[in-house]
Design a protein around this ligand. Sequence first.
Ligand code: NAD
Length: 479
Amino acid sequence: MTLQQASTREWSATSDGADLRAMRTFDVVNPSTGQVFAQAPDIHPDQLDEVFTGAHTAFLKWRTDDDFRRERMRRAAAVIEDHAAALAPVLTMEQGKPVADSTREFLGSARWLRYYADLEVPRQVIRDDAEAYEEVFHRPLGVVSAITPWNFPITLAMWKIAPALRAGNTLVVKPSPYTPLATLALGELLRGILPDGVLNIVTGLDALGAGMVSHPVPRKVSFTGSTTVGKKVALGAAPALKRVTLELGGNDPAIVLPDVDVDEIAPRLFWNAFGNNGQICVAVKRVYAHESVRPRLVEALGELARSVKVGDGFDEGVRLGPVNNRPQLDHVAALVDEATGRGARVVAGGQTLGGDGYFYAPTVLDGVDDTFRVVAEEQFGPVLPVLSYRDEDDAIRRANDSVYGLTASVWSADLDHAARIAERMDSGQVGINAHARGMLPHLPFGGHKWSGVGVENGPWGLYSFTELQVIVGPPRVGR
Ligand code: NAD
């Protein structure tokens, strides 16, 4: 889809397999230009009754036929694969990431659908003998409200859609108002492949998300976003005891031991921090480097930061696009300004790149300590502070001294030693010589502490869209 097409076409929500019209629209901005380029439907919370009613009706049938669900999920995966290249530009226009990354995002979402379509979810017969019959199985919950952020709109929606559908639920999905279009396009694409009402996509402002939490129909809210909003979601879900999965913020540490080959690890560490412009919940957000390797590491990261081409995601050779939105750009700039104001050394970057787009130079900071905001808070942008340590226990303590606990990593030539440190990290996943390598369909992903509640992915992620039922009865043997 071209910019012209995205700008002139009418975007529509999907409810019950058809267009859902909104009375109003809201602006969608291209972060590479700072210009409004499209209008998205501003679905009013009052319209949710209609959407949830359709989703509930669809649930009653969708839940009944597991083989049909698997077949439809495979067809959905194939259609997404076929259209990934055509849809990727829409994601780049609204999110900013390079178009190759957008294509990968769509293709990755198909991989999740295939994984869950193939996953066996057996009913477990615990006992079946002359005295008793006991069986445990997973029942779908019903309608799920799924709410997503702007950094990976398609990936993060699919981490909810695929397991929820496989388990027999139906969904109403709301993307961030900063990135509504790619998810709307996904909803349109899957009409007719998934039965009407099974996958509904609505867009609107934050109040619509709150309405999706408080509405009486959904039995579960699966939320990915900030910790601040996640807490509101938990409160909103509490009166009706809705199930929640919350995937929230992070401030991921990487601990670099003195035995590393700095030049060998620096590029990987760099991309684990700056991929998607640092706008990844599981980006490396602070590095604790042993004092013997820190000076060389800082320079190597700085060289990489200066060498990366930043620009419009449609331009040749661009590896990093803009920051997604103006408030986020201001947040990143404020953290860097506070650090430099307190004497941090800017090894690379340190400022916006000018123009109307929300571009910020990849920034490496030296001479900071744990009290700097850029270290203590989630920056969620292209900035990496590098800190020094002498004593390993001290590094572990400081790395763990955060309200967050999403992922972490340990970098060392001694894998056994690294693994022992990994076990001491208070986070949901710990990578060794790589960060967030476990973002895979079959591995559970979820945060400790304020980084979340529950997990996504793997069978565990699917189970979170179910509740257990036990059936016990007299012996069936010899009936
Ligand atoms: P956000 O919390 O501002 O918004 C997320 C979503 O919640 C949006 O769709 C928004 O419209 C909606 N929303 C806002 N107020 C709401 C309310 N009261 N009730 C219900 N929904 C509401 O987050 P963001 O700025 O879009 O995303 C960035 C944050 O997301 C970062 O903190 C990042 O770490 C986090 N994140 C976490 C993960 C993870 O898996 N742990 C993944 C990606 C992003």
